[in-house]
Design a protein around this ligand. Structure first.
Ligand code: C2O
Length: 504
């Protein structure tokens, strides 16, 4: 696997709102890299967003780049990951926690302590070996088989194949906030802890009115915080923490899960419970059926701090996404792949001839589907995301800032029908990654207060690296005037041969 500072998960970045973050990335790999800060707004620093071919030239092997940005209105649970091909699946990710004075959920009052749980699917082979050339999406996806069956689920870097378990512990009687992050590349994770109710207080980075669940589902890219009350210690010594991979059973595989053990410590911090949980970790065969299903992601929930969406939209545009037939732009050969508005994303840095750029802004008809919202900043940018695949669900992430979910439904929605549907303009949930089910849509409104060239993509890493990425350009008039530091410009200079793989 690949690691950051020799560890996985990568080092946790923990900061306060208002801090300026500086991260120096030395690329010691033999292929290029770029690091994206998932959910971080990058207000005025769009060029630090870390998407090769969109917001920066990649960091060539052996090269160094300093990311620098300020946390303005961020608050809550974030993460960072490689945005090059699907190398995030190889271990290039970590947690990024932002504390804020105005967080409605307060440590000491609403919970006593916190832990990070990084839980996701895992493949035993490097992404570039699993699907030939797919790790390098600059060359496009040519219908190569996509891995359908992850090998394991890992929790905080520890997997079940060797029977090891991560062991979060907590003082008996206390309430622990678990910050759940799914950095995976394929499957929805169903998370639960035996005998403990999950009090859900955060969805992505949005604080919500509490919900009480036995099980919570997280797709790749999504986060949630759940508070658990350690009040069951007299009955059993320790408890299974379960991370089951939802949809993967439909590929004919067996049920895959990762496990961790929750143990209590006593009031002095000494172990209260030792030994293993007494229940069976694996479900009985009869349970297989329901365990294999995805469960609904959280969406019918109320934000705790209501952020009103702009009352009107100045433009409604749509992004239709599907698996299908595409034609290679160079060879004109047909292939089966993923696209947005029928365009399969190809990294323009590798082949500038493919790019159509006007004044620094990608335009349609080029290597990437692009929605441009040119406007003076009043009203929101409405995006209809039509998920046209049948029998599949996809998590869509939009960079830049959380979007308001005004409505969702099944079938397909077109801009002319928007006036006929019911929208929530009072207290809609806002988040940065939304799962849309089989042939269904969501109407989301993006406030235009964060100008930039922002990717919208499926966060299933294999689909992303196979070209399922489009762009939302908010206020190109402002973007054109961003000041970019010299070190950023330096990434794109030098003879193409020398930069070589960096260019791709
Ligand atoms: Cu979490 Cu475009 O990424």
């Amino acid at each position: 696997m690949y690691t950051i500072n020799n560890q996985f998960p990568g080092p946790t970045i923990e900061a306060n709102q208002g801090d300026t973050i500086e991260v120096t990335v030395h690329n010691n790999l033999d292929h290029p890299q770029a690091i994206h800060w998932h959910g971080i707004r990058q207000r005025g620093t769009n060029h630090m967003d870390g998407v090769p071919g969109i917001s920066q030239c990649p960091i060539a092997p052996g090269a160094t780049f300093v990311y620098r940005f300020t946390l303005e209105d961020e608050m809550g649970t974030y993460w960072y990951h490689s945005h090059y091909g699907n190398t995030m699946a190889d271990g290039l990710s970590g947690a990024f926690i932002v504390h804020a004075k105005n967080d409605p959920w307060v440590k000491g009052r609403d919970y006593d302590d916190e832990r990070i749980m990084f839980l996701s699917d895992w493949n035993d082979h490097l992404s570039e070996f699993m699907v030939h050339r797919m790790a390098n999406y600059s060359e496009g996806y040519k219908g190569q088989a996509i891995p359908t069956q992850p090998d394991a689920v890992i929790i905080n870097g520890i997997g079940q194949r060797e029977c090891a378990t991560a062991q979060p512990d907590g003082k008996i009687g206390s309430r622990i906030r678990l910050r759940l992050i799914n950095p995976g590349s394929h499957g929805m994770i169903r998370f639960s802890i035996d005998q403990h109710v999950l009090q859900v207080i955060e969805v992505d980075d949005t604080p919500i009115e509490p919900l009480y669940l036995k099980e919570i589902a997280l797709d790749p890219g999504q986060r949630a915080s759940v508070v658990i009350h350690l009040n069951r210690g007299s009955q059993f010594s320790s408890f299974w923490i379960r991370g089951g991979l939802g949809a993967r059973c439909i590929f004919g595989g067996h049920f895959i899960a990762g496990f961790a053990v929750l143990r209590y410590t006593d009031f002095k911090g000494e172990p209260w419970s030792i030994g293993s949980p007494r229940t069976a970790p694996w479900p009985g065969l009869g349970d297989g059926e329901t365990l294999c299903q995805d469960i609904d992601e959280l969406w019918d929930v109320k934000p705790k701090v209501v952020e009103k969406p702009p009352a009107t939209a100045f433009s409604v545009q749509q992004m239709g996404t599907s698996f299908g037939q595409f034609v290679d732009r160079k060879t004109h050969e047909p292939f089966v792949g993923f696209g947005m508005n029928s365009v399969n994303f190809v990294n323009m840095i590798n082949d500038p001839a493919l790019a159509k750029v006007e004044d620094g802004i990608p335009i349609n008809g080029s290597n990437v589907a692009t929605l441009v919202y040119e406007h003076d900043g009043v009203g929101g940018a409405d995006v209809i995301i039509n998920q046209l695949d049948v029998g599949l669900a996809h998590p869509f992430h939009i960079h830049g800032r959380p979007f308001h979910i005004l409505a969702r439904g099944t079938g397909e929605l077109t801009p002319d029908k928007v006036k006929d549907i019911q929208v929530n303009l009072v207290n809609p949930l806002y988040r940065d990654t939304i799962t849309i089910g089989s042939r269904a849509w969501a109407l989301v409104r993006i406030p235009t207060d964060n100008p930039g060239v922002w990717p919208i993509h499926c966060h299933i890493g294999w689909h992303l690296s196979a070209g399922k990425l489009g762009l939302i350009v908010i206020r190109p008039d402002v973007v054109r005037n961003f000041d970019k530091p010299q070190e950023w410009k330096d990434l794109c200079t030098g003879p193409i041969d020398e930069i070589g793989p960096g260019r791709r």
